[in-house]
Design a protein around this ligand. Sequence first.
Ligand code: UN1
Length: 500
Amino acid sequence: MVDLFRNHVGGDWVEAKAGRTFERRNPANGDVVGTYTKSDGEDVAAAVEAAKTAYRSWRLYPAPRRGEILYRAAQLLLDRKESLAREMTEEMGKVIQEARGDVQEAIDMTLYMAGEGRRLYGQTTPSELRDKFNMSQRRPFGVCGVVTPWNFPMAIPSWKIMPALITGNTVVFKPASFTPRSAVRLVEILEEAGLPAGVVNLVLGTGPEVGNAIIEHPDVPLVSFTGSTETGHDVAVSAAHLNKRLSLEMGGKNAVIVLDDADLDLAAEGILWSAFGTSGQRCTAASRVVVHRSVQRRLAEMLVSRAGGMRLGNGLEATTEIGPVVSEGQLASVHQYVEVGQAEGARLAVGGGIAREGELEQGFFYQPTVFDDVRADMRIAQEEIFGPVTALIPVDSLEEAVAVVNGVKYGLSASIFTADINRAFRAVRDIDTGILYVNAGTTGAEIHLPFGGTKATGNGHREAGTAALDFFTEWQSIYVDYSGKLQRAQIDDIDAQIAP
Ligand code: UN1
Protein backbone atom coordinates (compact mmCIF):
# COMPACT_ATOMS: atom_id res chain seq x y z
CA MET A 1 0.00 0.00 0.00
CA VAL A 2 1.56 3.27 -1.12
CA ASP A 3 0.63 6.42 0.81
CA LEU A 4 -1.21 9.31 -0.80
CA PHE A 5 0.58 12.55 0.01
CA ARG A 6 -1.53 15.69 0.09
CA ASN A 7 -1.38 19.46 -0.03
CA HIS A 8 -1.17 21.54 3.13
CA VAL A 9 -3.55 24.50 3.02
CA GLY A 10 -4.54 26.68 5.98
CA GLY A 11 -3.23 24.06 8.41
CA ASP A 12 -5.12 21.09 6.88
CA TRP A 13 -3.82 18.22 4.78
CA VAL A 14 -6.13 18.21 1.78
CA GLU A 15 -6.47 16.59 -1.62
CA ALA A 16 -6.37 18.73 -4.73
CA LYS A 17 -9.86 19.88 -5.74
CA ALA A 18 -9.84 18.10 -9.10
CA GLY A 19 -9.05 14.76 -7.39
CA ARG A 20 -6.16 13.85 -9.68
CA THR A 21 -2.94 12.13 -8.58
CA PHE A 22 0.58 11.49 -9.82
CA GLU A 23 3.25 8.98 -8.92
CA ARG A 24 6.97 9.14 -8.22
CA ARG A 25 9.26 6.16 -8.78
CA ASN A 26 12.71 5.51 -7.37
CA PRO A 27 15.22 6.35 -10.13
CA ALA A 28 17.52 3.55 -8.92
CA ASN A 29 15.07 0.68 -9.38
CA GLY A 30 11.65 1.86 -10.55
CA ASP A 31 9.84 1.13 -7.23
CA VAL A 32 6.91 3.41 -6.52
CA VAL A 33 7.92 5.89 -3.81
CA GLY A 34 4.59 7.61 -3.36
CA THR A 35 1.35 8.81 -4.88
CA TYR A 36 0.67 12.52 -4.70
CA THR A 37 -2.32 14.75 -5.09
CA LYS A 38 -2.07 16.72 -8.35
CA SER A 39 -3.05 20.36 -8.03
CA ASP A 40 -4.03 23.20 -10.33
CA GLY A 41 -4.75 26.93 -10.17
CA GLU A 42 -7.79 26.46 -7.95
CA ASP A 43 -5.67 24.80 -5.27
CA VAL A 44 -3.10 27.57 -5.57
CA ALA A 45 -5.84 30.17 -5.11
CA ALA A 46 -6.96 28.47 -1.89
CA ALA A 47 -3.36 28.29 -0.64
CA VAL A 48 -2.78 31.99 -1.39
CA GLU A 49 -5.99 32.88 0.44
CA ALA A 50 -4.86 30.90 3.50
CA ALA A 51 -1.42 32.52 3.37
CA LYS A 52 -2.98 35.98 3.12
CA THR A 53 -5.16 35.36 6.15
CA ALA A 54 -2.27 33.95 8.18
CA TYR A 55 -0.08 36.92 7.23
CA ARG A 56 -2.31 39.30 9.17
CA SER A 57 -1.24 37.79 12.47
CA TRP A 58 2.14 36.26 11.52
CA ARG A 59 3.64 39.64 10.61
CA LEU A 60 2.79 40.84 14.14
CA TYR A 61 4.18 37.72 15.85
CA PRO A 62 7.41 38.78 17.59
CA ALA A 63 10.44 37.73 15.55
CA PRO A 64 12.23 36.08 18.52
CA ARG A 65 9.15 33.86 18.92
CA ARG A 66 9.22 33.00 15.23
CA GLY A 67 12.83 32.06 15.84
CA GLU A 68 11.83 29.69 18.64
CA ILE A 69 9.57 27.81 16.24
CA LEU A 70 12.48 27.51 13.81
CA TYR A 71 14.76 26.23 16.59
CA ARG A 72 12.23 23.49 17.31
CA ALA A 73 12.00 22.69 13.59
CA ALA A 74 15.80 22.43 13.39
CA GLN A 75 15.78 19.98 16.31
CA LEU A 76 13.10 17.84 14.60
CA LEU A 77 15.12 17.85 11.36
CA LEU A 78 18.13 16.68 13.35
CA ASP A 79 16.14 13.97 15.19
CA ARG A 80 14.87 12.63 11.86
CA LYS A 81 17.96 13.25 9.79
CA GLU A 82 18.56 9.59 8.96
CA SER A 83 15.02 8.78 7.83
CA LEU A 84 14.73 12.04 5.89
CA ALA A 85 17.99 11.25 4.12
CA ARG A 86 16.93 7.68 3.26
CA GLU A 87 13.63 8.91 1.89
CA MET A 88 15.44 11.52 -0.17
CA THR A 89 17.78 8.94 -1.68
CA GLU A 90 14.78 6.79 -2.64
CA GLU A 91 13.06 9.76 -4.17
CA MET A 92 15.82 11.36 -6.26
CA GLY A 93 18.81 9.03 -6.17
CA LYS A 94 21.71 10.89 -4.55
CA VAL A 95 23.93 8.70 -2.35
CA ILE A 96 22.93 8.54 1.29
CA GLN A 97 25.99 10.42 2.54
CA GLU A 98 25.07 13.35 0.29
CA ALA A 99 21.39 13.13 1.25
CA ARG A 100 22.47 13.48 4.88
CA GLY A 101 24.44 16.57 3.82
CA ASP A 102 21.33 17.96 2.15
CA VAL A 103 19.30 17.56 5.36
CA GLN A 104 22.22 19.03 7.35
CA GLU A 105 22.18 22.08 5.10
CA ALA A 106 18.49 22.53 5.94
CA ILE A 107 19.30 22.21 9.66
CA ASP A 108 22.08 24.79 9.33
CA MET A 109 19.84 27.25 7.52
CA THR A 110 16.99 26.76 10.00
CA LEU A 111 19.30 27.40 12.96
CA TYR A 112 20.87 30.40 11.27
CA MET A 113 17.53 32.03 10.51
CA ALA A 114 16.20 31.15 13.98
CA GLY A 115 19.04 33.26 15.39
CA GLU A 116 18.11 36.12 13.07
CA GLY A 117 14.85 36.37 15.05
CA ARG A 118 16.87 38.23 17.67
CA ARG A 119 18.80 40.36 15.16
CA LEU A 120 17.10 41.46 11.92
CA TYR A 121 19.16 44.59 12.33
CA GLY A 122 18.12 47.91 10.91
CA GLN A 123 20.05 51.19 11.18
CA THR A 124 19.90 54.26 13.34
CA THR A 125 21.61 57.35 11.98
CA PRO A 126 22.13 60.93 13.04
CA SER A 127 19.73 63.47 11.60
CA GLU A 128 20.60 66.60 9.66
CA LEU A 129 18.28 68.43 12.03
CA ARG A 130 18.07 68.85 15.80
CA ASP A 131 15.62 66.88 17.91
CA LYS A 132 14.93 64.37 15.21
CA PHE A 133 15.56 60.61 15.28
CA ASN A 134 16.29 58.56 12.14
CA MET A 135 16.09 54.79 11.79
CA SER A 136 15.25 52.04 9.36
CA GLN A 137 13.59 48.66 9.75
CA ARG A 138 12.90 45.63 7.58
CA ARG A 139 9.32 44.91 6.59
CA PRO A 140 7.94 41.67 5.19
CA PHE A 141 6.25 41.48 1.77
CA GLY A 142 3.25 39.27 2.50
CA VAL A 143 2.71 35.98 0.65
CA CYS A 144 5.92 34.59 -0.88
CA GLY A 145 5.88 32.08 -3.74
CA VAL A 146 8.60 29.45 -3.32
CA VAL A 147 9.35 27.23 -6.32
CA THR A 148 12.15 24.69 -5.85
CA PRO A 149 14.09 22.04 -7.82
CA TRP A 150 14.62 18.33 -7.17
CA ASN A 151 18.42 18.26 -6.76
CA PHE A 152 18.45 19.59 -3.17
CA PRO A 153 14.99 18.63 -1.89
CA MET A 154 15.50 19.83 1.71
CA ALA A 155 18.33 22.36 1.47
CA ILE A 156 16.95 24.65 -1.23
CA PRO A 157 13.40 24.90 0.16
CA SER A 158 14.97 25.81 3.53
CA TRP A 159 17.09 28.52 1.92
CA LYS A 160 13.86 30.18 0.85
CA ILE A 161 11.26 29.25 3.46
CA MET A 162 13.31 29.96 6.60
CA PRO A 163 14.31 33.55 5.73
CA ALA A 164 10.78 34.21 4.46
CA LEU A 165 9.34 33.07 7.79
CA ILE A 166 11.75 34.77 10.18
CA THR A 167 11.11 38.11 8.48
CA GLY A 168 7.33 37.74 8.93
CA ASN A 169 6.20 36.57 5.49
CA THR A 170 3.90 33.65 4.78
CA VAL A 171 4.57 31.08 2.07
CA VAL A 172 3.01 29.11 -0.77
CA PHE A 173 5.49 26.33 -1.55
CA LYS A 174 5.59 24.32 -4.77
CA PRO A 175 8.34 21.67 -4.75
CA ALA A 176 9.62 19.87 -7.85
CA SER A 177 7.31 17.06 -8.90
CA PHE A 178 10.22 14.59 -8.61
CA THR A 179 10.66 15.32 -4.89
CA PRO A 180 7.26 15.98 -3.30
CA ARG A 181 7.77 13.62 -0.36
CA SER A 182 10.76 15.52 1.05
CA ALA A 183 8.63 18.68 0.81
CA VAL A 184 5.77 17.03 2.70
CA ARG A 185 8.23 15.97 5.44
CA LEU A 186 9.60 19.50 5.77
CA VAL A 187 6.12 20.99 6.09
CA GLU A 188 5.09 18.29 8.62
CA ILE A 189 8.08 19.29 10.72
CA LEU A 190 7.24 22.99 10.59
CA GLU A 191 3.70 22.20 11.63
CA GLU A 192 4.90 20.00 14.49
CA ALA A 193 7.31 22.73 15.59
CA GLY A 194 4.30 24.97 16.19
CA LEU A 195 4.05 27.05 13.04
CA PRO A 196 0.52 28.55 13.01
CA ALA A 197 -1.96 27.33 10.36
CA GLY A 198 -1.64 28.94 6.96
CA VAL A 199 1.86 30.33 7.45
CA VAL A 200 3.37 27.71 5.12
CA ASN A 201 1.11 26.15 2.50
CA LEU A 202 2.20 23.31 0.25
CA VAL A 203 0.79 22.73 -3.24
CA LEU A 204 1.96 19.62 -5.12
CA GLY A 205 1.89 19.34 -8.90
CA THR A 206 3.62 20.41 -12.07
CA GLY A 207 5.35 23.65 -13.02
CA PRO A 208 2.92 24.61 -15.79
CA GLU A 209 -0.14 24.02 -13.60
CA VAL A 210 0.98 24.98 -10.10
CA GLY A 211 4.21 26.99 -10.52
CA ASN A 212 2.69 29.30 -13.11
CA ALA A 213 -0.45 29.85 -11.05
CA ILE A 214 1.70 30.98 -8.12
CA ILE A 215 3.85 33.24 -10.27
CA GLU A 216 0.81 34.80 -11.94
CA HIS A 217 -1.25 35.24 -8.78
CA PRO A 218 -1.76 38.97 -8.10
CA ASP A 219 -1.64 38.46 -4.32
CA VAL A 220 1.84 36.92 -4.34
CA PRO A 221 4.17 39.94 -4.44
CA LEU A 222 7.42 37.95 -4.23
CA VAL A 223 8.67 34.79 -5.94
CA SER A 224 11.87 32.88 -5.26
CA PHE A 225 12.67 30.38 -8.02
CA THR A 226 15.49 27.87 -8.49
CA GLY A 227 15.45 25.79 -11.65
CA SER A 228 16.35 25.75 -15.31
CA THR A 229 17.44 28.83 -17.22
CA GLU A 230 14.61 28.44 -19.77
CA THR A 231 11.88 28.30 -17.11
CA GLY A 232 13.56 31.10 -15.16
CA HIS A 233 13.35 33.41 -18.15
CA ASP A 234 9.62 32.75 -18.52
CA VAL A 235 9.15 33.37 -14.81
CA ALA A 236 10.99 36.69 -15.16
CA VAL A 237 8.70 37.82 -17.96
CA SER A 238 5.52 37.01 -15.99
CA ALA A 239 6.89 38.56 -12.81
CA ALA A 240 7.91 41.76 -14.60
CA HIS A 241 4.37 42.30 -15.87
CA LEU A 242 3.09 42.09 -12.31
CA ASN A 243 5.96 44.13 -10.79
CA LYS A 244 6.96 41.33 -8.43
CA ARG A 245 10.17 40.97 -6.52
CA LEU A 246 11.85 37.94 -8.06
CA SER A 247 14.93 35.92 -7.23
CA LEU A 248 16.19 33.56 -9.92
CA GLU A 249 18.81 30.91 -9.35
CA MET A 250 19.45 29.07 -12.61
CA GLY A 251 22.20 27.36 -14.56
CA GLY A 252 25.94 27.10 -14.18
CA LYS A 253 28.96 25.98 -16.17
CA ASN A 254 31.39 25.83 -13.32
CA ALA A 255 35.11 25.39 -13.83
CA VAL A 256 38.09 24.14 -11.85
CA ILE A 257 41.45 25.67 -12.79
CA VAL A 258 44.48 23.44 -12.21
CA LEU A 259 47.78 25.33 -12.50
CA ASP A 260 51.20 23.76 -13.08
CA ASP A 261 52.16 24.08 -9.39
CA ALA A 262 48.96 22.48 -8.04
CA ASP A 263 48.85 19.47 -5.72
CA LEU A 264 47.49 17.13 -8.39
CA ASP A 265 46.22 14.46 -6.00
CA LEU A 266 44.18 17.06 -4.17
CA ALA A 267 42.97 18.59 -7.44
CA ALA A 268 41.88 15.19 -8.78
CA GLU A 269 39.98 14.48 -5.57
CA GLY A 270 38.29 17.89 -5.69
CA ILE A 271 37.34 17.45 -9.33
CA LEU A 272 35.87 13.97 -8.84
CA TRP A 273 33.83 15.15 -5.85
CA SER A 274 32.46 18.23 -7.52
CA ALA A 275 32.00 16.76 -11.02
CA PHE A 276 30.38 13.46 -10.04
CA GLY A 277 28.78 14.15 -6.63
CA THR A 278 24.97 14.03 -6.91
CA SER A 279 25.73 12.48 -10.33
CA GLY A 280 26.75 15.93 -11.56
CA GLN A 281 23.25 17.27 -10.90
CA ARG A 282 24.25 20.29 -8.84
CA CYS A 283 24.05 23.87 -10.02
CA THR A 284 27.60 24.08 -8.69
CA ALA A 285 28.93 20.92 -10.42
CA ALA A 286 32.40 21.13 -11.99
CA SER A 287 31.66 20.48 -15.63
CA ARG A 288 34.90 22.06 -16.89
CA VAL A 289 38.49 21.52 -15.84
CA VAL A 290 40.78 24.23 -17.17
CA VAL A 291 44.21 22.67 -16.87
CA HIS A 292 47.73 23.92 -17.51
CA ARG A 293 49.11 22.01 -20.49
CA SER A 294 52.21 20.91 -18.59
CA VAL A 295 50.10 18.84 -16.14
CA GLN A 296 47.22 17.95 -18.48
CA ARG A 297 48.42 14.41 -19.25
CA ARG A 298 49.05 13.48 -15.62
CA LEU A 299 45.78 14.94 -14.38
CA ALA A 300 43.82 13.25 -17.17
CA GLU A 301 45.34 9.88 -16.30
CA MET A 302 44.46 10.29 -12.63
CA LEU A 303 40.88 11.27 -13.42
CA VAL A 304 40.43 8.48 -15.93
CA SER A 305 41.71 5.77 -13.61
CA ARG A 306 39.66 6.97 -10.63
CA ALA A 307 36.44 7.77 -12.54
CA GLY A 308 36.64 4.41 -14.30
CA GLY A 309 36.68 2.64 -10.93
CA MET A 310 33.76 4.48 -9.30
CA ARG A 311 30.94 2.23 -8.15
CA LEU A 312 27.48 3.00 -9.49
CA GLY A 313 24.43 1.73 -7.68
CA ASN A 314 21.52 2.36 -5.37
CA GLY A 315 22.51 5.31 -3.19
CA LEU A 316 21.28 3.49 -0.07
CA GLU A 317 24.09 0.96 -0.33
CA ALA A 318 27.13 2.04 1.64
CA THR A 319 29.57 1.11 -1.13
CA THR A 320 27.86 3.17 -3.83
CA GLU A 321 29.78 6.23 -5.00
CA ILE A 322 27.44 7.43 -7.76
CA GLY A 323 23.68 7.08 -7.73
CA PRO A 324 21.30 7.30 -10.67
CA VAL A 325 20.33 10.50 -12.42
CA VAL A 326 16.87 11.71 -11.57
CA SER A 327 14.85 10.50 -14.56
CA GLU A 328 14.84 8.82 -17.94
CA GLY A 329 14.61 12.23 -19.63
CA GLN A 330 17.70 13.41 -17.77
CA LEU A 331 19.57 10.24 -18.76
CA ALA A 332 18.74 10.79 -22.42
CA SER A 333 19.73 14.43 -22.28
CA VAL A 334 23.12 13.64 -20.67
CA HIS A 335 23.82 11.00 -23.31
CA GLN A 336 22.88 13.37 -26.07
CA TYR A 337 25.50 15.83 -24.82
CA VAL A 338 28.12 13.10 -24.85
CA GLU A 339 27.29 12.40 -28.48
CA VAL A 340 27.49 16.11 -29.25
CA GLY A 341 30.94 16.24 -27.62
CA GLN A 342 32.21 13.37 -29.72
CA ALA A 343 30.80 14.88 -32.88
CA GLU A 344 32.55 18.16 -32.03
CA GLY A 345 35.89 16.34 -31.85
CA ALA A 346 36.46 16.18 -28.09
CA ARG A 347 38.31 13.04 -26.96
CA LEU A 348 36.20 10.73 -24.79
CA ALA A 349 38.72 9.62 -22.16
CA VAL A 350 36.45 7.54 -19.92
CA GLY A 351 32.75 6.72 -19.54
CA GLY A 352 30.36 8.03 -22.12
CA GLY A 353 27.61 5.47 -21.82
CA ILE A 354 24.43 4.51 -20.04
CA ALA A 355 25.37 1.87 -17.42
CA ARG A 356 23.29 -1.28 -17.78
CA GLU A 357 25.18 -4.06 -15.98
CA GLY A 358 23.13 -6.24 -13.64
CA GLU A 359 20.75 -4.32 -11.41
CA LEU A 360 21.72 -0.99 -12.98
CA GLU A 361 19.42 -1.95 -15.85
CA GLN A 362 16.46 -1.15 -13.54
CA GLY A 363 17.48 2.48 -13.06
CA PHE A 364 18.84 5.59 -14.77
CA PHE A 365 22.60 5.25 -14.37
CA TYR A 366 25.23 7.07 -16.37
CA GLN A 367 28.95 6.30 -16.32
CA PRO A 368 31.17 9.06 -14.91
CA THR A 369 32.50 10.66 -18.05
CA VAL A 370 35.63 12.70 -18.78
CA PHE A 371 36.33 14.42 -22.09
CA ASP A 372 39.90 15.49 -22.83
CA ASP A 373 41.33 18.01 -25.34
CA VAL A 374 38.14 20.04 -25.28
CA ARG A 375 38.07 23.46 -26.92
CA ALA A 376 36.52 26.25 -24.89
CA ASP A 377 33.98 27.07 -27.59
CA MET A 378 32.55 23.55 -27.93
CA ARG A 379 28.96 23.05 -26.79
CA ILE A 380 30.03 20.61 -24.04
CA ALA A 381 32.26 23.41 -22.70
CA GLN A 382 29.55 26.08 -22.91
CA GLU A 383 26.18 24.52 -22.02
CA GLU A 384 25.00 23.11 -18.72
CA ILE A 385 24.77 19.30 -18.91
CA PHE A 386 23.55 18.52 -15.37
CA GLY A 387 25.00 15.02 -15.35
CA PRO A 388 28.25 13.19 -14.52
CA VAL A 389 30.26 14.68 -17.38
CA THR A 390 33.29 16.93 -17.21
CA ALA A 391 35.54 18.45 -19.90
CA LEU A 392 39.30 19.05 -19.73
CA ILE A 393 40.31 22.23 -21.52
CA PRO A 394 44.10 22.77 -21.85
CA VAL A 395 45.56 26.28 -21.46
CA ASP A 396 49.05 27.81 -21.26
CA SER A 397 48.72 30.46 -18.55
CA LEU A 398 46.65 31.76 -15.66
CA GLU A 399 45.43 34.63 -17.85
CA GLU A 400 44.18 32.22 -20.49
CA ALA A 401 42.57 30.04 -17.80
CA VAL A 402 40.67 33.01 -16.37
CA ALA A 403 39.49 34.02 -19.84
CA VAL A 404 38.18 30.47 -20.42
CA VAL A 405 36.44 30.40 -17.04
CA ASN A 406 34.77 33.74 -17.78
CA GLY A 407 33.99 32.84 -21.39
CA VAL A 408 30.57 31.28 -20.76
CA LYS A 409 27.18 32.84 -20.25
CA TYR A 410 26.90 31.62 -16.64
CA GLY A 411 28.72 32.75 -13.48
CA LEU A 412 27.90 30.57 -10.48
CA SER A 413 31.00 28.85 -9.11
CA ALA A 414 34.70 28.34 -9.94
CA SER A 415 37.81 27.10 -8.24
CA ILE A 416 41.58 27.22 -8.58
CA PHE A 417 44.22 24.74 -7.45
CA THR A 418 47.64 26.35 -7.02
CA ALA A 419 50.37 26.60 -4.40
CA ASP A 420 51.01 30.25 -5.26
CA ILE A 421 49.03 32.69 -3.13
CA ASN A 422 49.65 35.54 -5.55
CA ARG A 423 48.17 33.69 -8.47
CA ALA A 424 45.26 32.51 -6.32
CA PHE A 425 44.39 36.08 -5.39
CA ARG A 426 44.73 37.26 -8.99
CA ALA A 427 42.18 34.60 -9.92
CA VAL A 428 39.89 35.80 -7.10
CA ARG A 429 40.20 39.34 -8.46
CA ASP A 430 39.48 38.44 -12.08
CA ILE A 431 37.05 35.50 -12.10
CA ASP A 432 33.50 36.65 -12.61
CA THR A 433 31.48 34.18 -10.53
CA GLY A 434 29.33 34.53 -7.43
CA ILE A 435 31.25 31.76 -5.61
CA LEU A 436 34.96 30.98 -5.77
CA TYR A 437 37.12 28.35 -4.06
CA VAL A 438 40.88 28.13 -3.62
CA ASN A 439 42.32 24.61 -3.39
CA ALA A 440 38.88 22.98 -3.28
CA GLY A 441 36.27 21.91 -5.83
CA THR A 442 33.33 24.01 -7.01
CA THR A 443 30.74 22.68 -4.54
CA GLY A 444 30.30 22.95 -0.80
CA ALA A 445 28.83 26.40 -0.18
CA GLU A 446 28.02 27.12 3.48
CA ILE A 447 24.70 28.72 4.37
CA HIS A 448 25.93 31.84 6.13
CA LEU A 449 27.55 33.35 3.04
CA PRO A 450 25.64 34.63 0.00
CA PHE A 451 24.83 31.94 -2.59
CA GLY A 452 24.21 32.76 -6.23
CA GLY A 453 25.82 33.69 -9.48
CA THR A 454 26.54 36.44 -11.94
CA LYS A 455 25.39 36.82 -15.57
CA ALA A 456 22.82 34.27 -16.82
CA THR A 457 22.96 32.30 -13.56
CA GLY A 458 20.68 34.72 -11.78
CA ASN A 459 19.15 38.17 -11.70
CA GLY A 460 21.39 39.89 -9.18
CA HIS A 461 19.93 38.54 -5.95
CA ARG A 462 21.65 36.15 -3.55
CA GLU A 463 20.28 33.45 -1.32
CA ALA A 464 21.49 32.42 2.15
CA GLY A 465 23.38 34.56 4.65
CA THR A 466 22.07 38.02 5.43
CA ALA A 467 21.58 38.50 1.67
CA ALA A 468 18.46 36.34 2.05
CA LEU A 469 17.05 38.85 4.56
CA ASP A 470 17.55 41.62 2.00
CA PHE A 471 15.56 39.66 -0.56
CA PHE A 472 12.62 38.80 1.69
CA THR A 473 12.18 42.28 3.17
CA GLU A 474 11.80 45.89 2.14
CA TRP A 475 13.38 48.76 4.00
CA GLN A 476 11.26 51.31 5.76
CA SER A 477 13.00 54.54 6.84
CA ILE A 478 11.42 56.30 9.80
CA TYR A 479 12.01 59.92 10.82
CA VAL A 480 10.73 60.97 14.24
CA ASP A 481 10.72 64.71 14.85
CA TYR A 482 10.50 65.62 18.56
CA SER A 483 11.26 69.34 18.20
CA GLY A 484 7.60 70.33 18.38
CA LYS A 485 7.90 72.56 15.33
CA LEU A 486 8.04 72.12 11.58
CA GLN A 487 11.63 71.40 10.61
CA ARG A 488 12.51 71.27 6.93
CA ALA A 489 15.32 68.98 5.74
CA GLN A 490 17.55 70.55 3.10
CA ILE A 491 15.92 73.97 3.74
CA ASP A 492 16.41 75.11 7.33
CA ASP A 493 19.52 77.06 8.24
CA ILE A 494 21.19 74.90 10.86
CA ASP A 495 24.10 77.31 11.34
CA ALA A 496 21.70 79.97 12.59
CA GLN A 497 20.27 77.46 15.10
CA ILE A 498 23.63 76.65 16.65
CA ALA A 499 24.94 80.24 16.76
CA PRO A 500 25.85 81.25 20.38
C1 UN1 B 1 22.70 23.57 -5.98
O1 UN1 B 1 23.43 22.88 -6.64
O2 UN1 B 1 21.68 24.07 -6.46
O3 UN1 B 1 27.47 24.27 -2.68
C2 UN1 B 1 22.95 23.88 -4.54
C3 UN1 B 1 26.87 23.23 -2.89
C4 UN1 B 1 25.66 22.90 -2.05
C5 UN1 B 1 24.45 23.56 -2.60
C6 UN1 B 1 24.26 23.36 -4.05
N1 UN1 B 1 25.90 23.32 -0.69
O4 UN1 B 1 27.19 22.47 -3.78
